[in-house]
Design a protein. Structure first.
Length: 434
């Protein structure tokens, strides 16, 4: 009875993923064709069906796969069944997660939290790194291991030591977002966290402040925020700080950064969608930013104010959705900046039209679909994942001419010339003169 029961138990969890989950089941027979020889970025879970942690990860893995659809491919390999595959990649424990980006022979070990949010964020980050490498003409050698700092250590000086006398002024009275670690000097977990905390502080410098409180010395502060163990990390949002929130992310630098950037994205102001009125706007939004989204709308006489505003709403909604990317967002209308349109090769298929411009790399990527939230969103996901082939600009971008800002009103047809006085003219006299 024991053997059939064991088979039943194993069988109940062996089928972790099905076709509808968005997770590709990988085996020795399809791994190279699907992953190793693919241009796509992959994140792969190596698991064993009997592993409790693997079973717990399954719903998060499915959720991450759906979030990454069209951006990063998600796979899973049962290395209890396919031991050769596990040996190939040195799998020693379950689950093990690896990201296959530029150099498929050197996958990146994922060390973050086992949540869909953390998994998807790191996979998307590695995809963005690969895009940046390709645009820069660098060889695809992967994104440099398990942390954003490229293996570099953080500066402990970037962690702000907080005391009871300065805490309110530095943290509560500031408009900055803060992550504060409450620690004890003798705590082993705190010592292990220290280099990761410093690294995150250095990378997040200028965006999020990271502080540390010795809770054994400043017990009143620790009691105020309900600190019961070490280390405890509290989140203080940007702006008014009514109360602290629990930090619930992982304890690697990558986890901390991903968690903080996710919070920044949630509460960041959406970017301004600026009309291309002169070269200054183009310089600030396109020359100085990594990617600039350029929309060329139809003439106001073709759409009216309502139609133009509908197009601008699509762009504004997407600007809000992708605000974490720090793209530049600009717009103009057909013919207003005709020299720029010529260089970017916009308008051949009509208006509205949209492109993603990387000015520093002299490259442009054209959106070929409809001017809708869904269509442009899909295009931007492909841009981020490096699945749109860039076109190298054949001409230098000209200096933009000054334009008159749109007044928000419908267009007015130009007045026709009055030719009624022609009826009074003696055409015979004109013919004689000719």
């Amino acid at each position: 009875m024991l053997l059939p029961l064991l088979s039943l138990l194993v069988g109940s969890v062996a089928g972790f993923y099905s076709g509808g989950d968005g997770v590709v089941n990988l085996t020795p027979s399809n791994f190279d064709s699907e992953v190793a020889k693919s241009d796509s970025v992959w994140i792969v879970e190596f698991y064993a069906p009997w592993c409790g942690h693997c079973q717990a990860l399954t719903p998060e893995w499915k959720k991450a796969a759906k979030a990454l659809a069209g951006i990063v491919k998600v796979g899973a390999a049962d290395v209890d069944q396919h031991k050769a595959l596990g040996a190939r990649f040195g799998i020693q424990g379950f689950p093990t997660i690896k990201i296959f980006a530029g150099d498929k022979n050197k996958p990146i070990d994922y060390q973050g939290a086992r949540s869909a949010q953390a998994i998807a964020s790191e996979a998307a980050r590695q995809a963005q790194n690969l895009v940046n490498d390709r645009l820069a003409g660098r060889s695809s050698s992967g994104s440099g291991g398990s942390s954003r700092g490229g293996g570099s250590k953080g500066d402990p000086k970037d962690v702000i030591e907080l005391t009871g006398s300065i805490f309110d002024k530095e943290v509560l009275d500031s408009k900055d977002m803060w992550l504060v670690e409450f620690y004890a000097p003798w705590c082993g977990h705190c010592k292990k966290l220290a280099p990761e905390w410093a690294k995150a502080a250095s990378i997040l410098k200028g965006k999020v402040k990271l502080g540390a409180v010795d809770a054994t010395q400043f017990q009143e502060l620790a009691n105020r925020y309900g600190v019961r163990g070490y280390p405890t990390i509290k989140y203080f949002p940007a702006g008014a700080k009514l109360d602290a929130e629990e930090y619930d992310g992982g304890r690697t630098a990558d986890d901390i950064i991903a968690w903080a950037e996710n919070k920044l994205e949630q509460f960041a102001e959406p970017p301004e969608i600026r009309e291309l009125l002169d070269d200054t706007v183009f310089d600030e939004e396109c020359r100085q930013k990594s990617i600039c989204i350029v929309s060329i709308l139809p003439d106001i006489l073709d759409t009216g104010a309502e139609g133009r505003n509908n197009y601008l709403k699509v762009v504004k909604d997407l600007g809000d959705k992708y605000k974490k990317r720090k793209f530049g967002w600009v717009w103009s209308f057909a013919g207003e900046q005709d020299k720029l349109q010529d260089v970017l090769e916009i308008g051949g298929a009509g208006y509205p039209a949209l492109v993603a411009l990387n000015f520093k790399k002299n490259a442009v990527l054209h959106h070929r679909g409809g001017f809708s939230n869904e269509g442009i969103n899909e295009f931007l996901q492909y841009v981020i994942a490096g699945r749109v082939a860039p076109t190298i600009l054949r001409k230098e971008v000209p200096k933009l001419r000054k334009a008159t800002p749109w007044d928000g009103k419908d267009g007015v047809m130009p007045e026709e010339e009055d030719y009624s006085d022609l009826d009074d003219m003696n055409l015979d006299d004109i013919k004689t003169e000719l």
